[in-house]
Design a protein around this ligand. Structure first.
Ligand code: NDP
Length: 427
């Protein structure tokens, strides 16, 4: 880049949000030294509709979507759209679902589904705030509802308040809201704003902040399953019992060791995130609430537990889940709505439960593979396809590359490239 070009680039970056799409593309192309084909790829994937959804829009980034067939939950079979870039996730979810269905299927329950928000003050005591909040709770809840009246029409609304000392002089007024069929971040934030202004007048001090909490302790969902141990090993009861005992041990280890718990929970989130994304929901919110819950007693632990009960392996998974079937990106991404249609799920309670049920099925498949043939064997079968595609294989060449990779002791990206090159040379 010449000095003039560098100066020009500096100016463009300084006012990036004011640039047109063409200008943003030009900047990215120059910085990334993009070829004409690459620029065309960005343009081909861009859409005017998507440009309305995010700032500094450049293009749309697509991920593969597949279907887990099938997840039996509360006696109903669901075909579950999953969006994930990781090979083997959907196969594992389907396999876990199949094993779960070989028992009584997955049974779910929701304890409460209340979104929490916080108004945090600094220089008042819990006693001072409670003196006002406790006797006026009904009035304050009504004030919150007035900030978003339609939610009452949908059967939801502000439900309760709590005052809590956070330490170091901070006090939180917690608001709990039934957000109906929506995830409710915007509903909550408008309610908190109204309540925050009112409390500010009464307490004569400005809150430090008023914001929704992604703490999901009031949005817990439990999924449970029991599987005949023989079904864990192709109907061989003795081998199945060994596998079941190892799954129980794996579950114990995830309670004891943070390192193992982290990977245990990542496996659960492989399934959960994929359905959260497919339905246009906020997976960062889900991830934050889930991991905070996993560390609720001060140590990060595995979210699921597995035990033996007679000839059955019994598993349960409790985690926060607070999705939406209306609002947010569920409304603005056409595929999110379409996926809801495939799922045949119209209410948020069922969607929340399905995400957790899928997490449990995913966990069962992962643990079974881990303690029996090993996770890598199943994983690699699908990973070969990825290696082939990444190495530039055409769809017609992929099966041959996969077969060739399978015959090597150490399949790798370099090897995949060499195989593709050879195939290309052969014509
Ligand atoms: P919206 O405001 O888009 O959707 C909620 C709206 O849906 C309601 O206000 C209501 O609008 C309408 N609605 C229609 N039917 C129902 C029903 N049965 N129950 C409830 N509402 C209904 O989105 P949310 O408030 O749900 O917010 C979700 C978005 O907020 C997500 O995209 C998330 O990423 C984002 N977000 C997340 C944060 C976080 O997690 N920390 C922070 C900030 C934003 P009407 O009254 O007009 O009918």
């Amino acid at each position: 880049m010449t000095d003039n070009e560098k100066q020009d680039m500096k100016q463009q970056l300084a006012q990036f949000r004011r640039l047109t799409w063409q200008q943003r593309l030009a900047v990215a192309s120059q910085l990334g030294d993009l070829t004409t084909i690459q620029r065309q790829m960005l343009a081909d994937n861009a859409s005017e509709d998507d440009a309305l959804l995010t700032e500094n829009y450049l293009t749309s980034y697509h991920l593969p979507e597949g279907l887990a067939a099938t997840i039996r939950m509360n006696g109903h079979d669901y075909l579950v759209p999953m969006v994930t870039e990781e090979p083997s996730v959907i196969a594992a979810a389907s396999y876990g679902g199949k094993m779960a269905a070989s028992g009584d299927g997955i049974v779910t329950r929701t304890d409460t589904n209340l979104l929490m928000g916080q108004i945090v003050f600094q220089t008042v005591t819990v006693a001072e705030i409670s003196r006002f909040v406790t006797p006026n709770e009904a009035k304050l809840l009504s004030l919150a509802n007035q900030a978003h009246p339609s939610i009452v029409k949908y059967g939801g609304g502000a439900r309760k308040l709590r005052v809590r000392a956070l330490g170091e002089g901070f006090v939180s007024v917690d608001l709990f809201v039934d957000t109906g069929e929506a995830m409710g971040a915007n509903i909550m934030n408008s309610m908190l704003e109204a309540l925050g202004h009112h409390l500010q007048d009464v307490l004569e001090q400005h809150p430090v902040m008023s914001i929704l909490a992604n703490d999901g302790q009031q949005t817990l969902v439990t999924a449970a399953v029991n599987v005949p141990v023989a079904n864990l090993a192709k109907h061989n009861a003795a081998v199945g019992l060994t596998v079941a005992k190892r799954i129980v041990a794996a579950s114990q280890i995830a309670q004891l060791d943070v390192s193992r718990a982290t990977t245990h929970n990542k496996g659960i989130m492989n399934g959960v995130d994929a359905v959260v994304m497919a339905t246009g929901n906020d997976w960062r919110a889900v991830e934050a609430s889930v991991h905070a819950y996993a560390a609720r007693d001060g140590q990060y632990r595995g979210l699921s537990r597995w035990q033996l009960a007679g000839d059955r392996l019994v598993g349960s998974l409790t985690m926060p889940m607070h999705l939406g079937v209306v609002g947010g990106a569920t409304a603005s991404l056409p595929l999110a709505k379409l996926n809801q249609q495939i799922l045949q799920v119209r209410d948020v309670a069922t969607l929340n439960q399905l995400a957790v049920a899928l997490g449990l099925a995913q966990n069962l498949a992962a643990l079974r593979a881990l303690v029996s043939e090993g996770i890598q064997q199943g994983h690699m079968q699908l990973q070969y396809r990825n290696l082939a595609v990444a190495a530039g294989a055409t769809p017609e060449q992929v099966p041959a590359v996969v077969e060739a990779l399978k015959t090597h002791a150490h399949p790798s990206a370099t090897l995949a490239k060499a195989i593709v090159t050879k195939l290309n040379q052969q014509g």
